[in-house]
Ligand binder design. Structure first.
Ligand code: PRP
Length: 235
């Protein structure tokens, strides 16, 4: 009988804090990747998970619970082998990572939005100058440049909807899910730039060297996504 080897190096999975964590945990559970503590309430940033058995031995799973924008950095740097992060962050930061799976959670859209009265006046004319509040500086810059609009980008870290209310910007570029935040602040969508959902990302070097453990995780999560989709269509 072959000896079972427990590898010393844990397999590290970086999870995005915030809303998508609620949808991420059931998918992880399907793959037997359950953190040892409640990652929604703990103040710990690194939490142990199960010992995952593969054909060649066992590997300890470890979770990092960090801001969505930092998940890309941890995975790109190899400090995490795997990450779960929104497509919005991937489009903005373009990290050098593999993106093998659309998890179909955290579904929303990245939009240009503005005060109802301004947006209803009609499309911005080529050559017009505006201020745009966003945390998606690159995507916003590119969109307005492509449309011949001179946009001054004002970088914010959250609550973009406030900027037009206080006259700091004429437009925002932000994710919209239910539309509730826009509505509560008198804003409407003008254009959808991208459809967004959460993606599984993998460090390329980890994928090459730890494929025996990473590939089965991808496949089990793929199964969980399919089950989720089937349940959503029948409900
Ligand atoms: C996000 C986003 C919007 C809101 C959209 O913010 O930035 O403000 O959700 O969701 P809705 O269409 O369902 O209202 P989040 O609550 O994640 O916080 P943040 O502003 O700090 O990023």
């Amino acid at each position: 009988m072959p000896e079972t080897i427990t590898t010393n190096k844990p397999l590290t999975i970086a999870l995005s804090k915030g809303r998508i964590l609620d949808d991420t945990l059931p998918l992880l559970k399907h793959a037997d990747l359950v953190p040892n503590e409640n990652v929604k309430t703990t103040r710990k940033l690194m939490v142990d998970g199960p010992l995952l058995k593969t054909k060649s031995g066992s590997t300890r799973i470890r979770f990092l619970i960090i801001r969505a924008a930092d998940v890309c950095t941890y995975v790109e740097q190899g400090a995490a082998d795997i990450g779960i992060v929104g497509r919005d962050i991937l489009l903005e930061h373009k990290p050098d990572v593999y993106e093998p799976l659309d998890l179909k959670i955290g579904v929303c859209r990245l939009c240009v939005c503005g005060p109802k009265a301004l947006v209803e006046k009609g499309r911005l004319k080529e050559g017009s100058r505006i201020k745009v509040a966003t945390k998606y500086d690159q995507l916003a810059e590119q969109y307005f440049r492509d449309h011949g609009i001179q946009a001054e980008i004002i970088h914010l870290y959250g609550s973009m909807e406030l900027a037009p209310l206080v006259g700091m910007a004429e437009r925002i570029v932000d994710v919209v899910e239910t539309g509730g935040t826009l509505k509560a602040n008198g804003l409407i969508e003008e254009t959808t730039l991208y459809d967004i959902s959460s993606r599984l990302i993998v460090n390329p070097a980890s994928f090459a060297t730890r494929k025996a453990i990473i590939q089965p995780i991808i496949e089990t999560l793929r199964e969980a996504v399919a089950l989720n989709s089937a349940a959503n269509t029948t409900s």
